[in-house]
Design a protein around this ligand. Sequence first.
Ligand SMILES: Nc1ncnc2c1ncn2[C@@H]1O[C@H](COP(=O)(O)OP(=O)(O)OP(=O)(O)O)[C@@H](O)[C@H]1O
Length: 221
Amino acid sequence: MILRAENICVSLGKQMIFNGFSISLDKGIYALRGANGVGKSTLLRTLTGAQPVSSGEIWIDGKHLIRERLPALKRLSYVPDVNEVYPFMTGQDLLDFVTSVRKAENSQQVTLMTEHFGLRPFLSTRFDTMSFGTAKKFLICTAFINSPSFLVMDEPSNGLDLVSLTYLSETLKTWAQDKLILVATHDEEFISATGATILELKERHQKSDKTLILHQQTIVP
Ligand SMILES: Nc1ncnc2c1ncn2[C@@H]1O[C@H](COP(=O)(O)OP(=O)(O)OP(=O)(O)O)[C@@H](O)[C@H]1O
């Protein structure tokens, strides 16, 4: 299993969002859906170590997210729905920074991706003057640096133009052959284009008691 999370409990402020939630996934592409506020972003942040758990255990590719934090983090990438990049950084700065932090070689895949996304003219643009979609495309590119086994994206299609969206869908389909891709999305067309299996996050009896409903039939484009 690339992802294994068991009995996780997560609270935000006074609100318990997850109370004993478990999920295990192997390679493939999965679309996490659910009503606004049900906890999709919180779940993604938790599975990537960005949101601490009050109890429960998470393994990424067999590495424990707390006890083997660095090896676990090296195996995953997370693209949030908000631009969390320092405003003074340029597109190239971000690519260089992530390449260096991940001790990666300059990746051909990432260079190719920046070309397909039309990012070359924006390599020296600062994030505080970039459009939302352009910033999102740089963040997506960095997620592919060092070929992580577990790719997590929050609303990846949000803000992307059609050409970039088509390229991203095709790239994700290829990657899903031997990696796990988990995206939170409300975008039916994107789900259809990637052929993702839908995971519906729902509340069971009370707010913190959540379940995942797996839609066995994937939507075929
Ligand atoms: N920093 C925070 N402090 C307290 N509560 C929070 C915080 N962030 C989110 N919440 C609450 O946690 C719950 C889950 O929020 P989350 O953003 O994970 O939902 P979501 O399913 O991703 O929603 P959406 O579809 O609107 O993006 C909501 O009730 C939200 O109000």
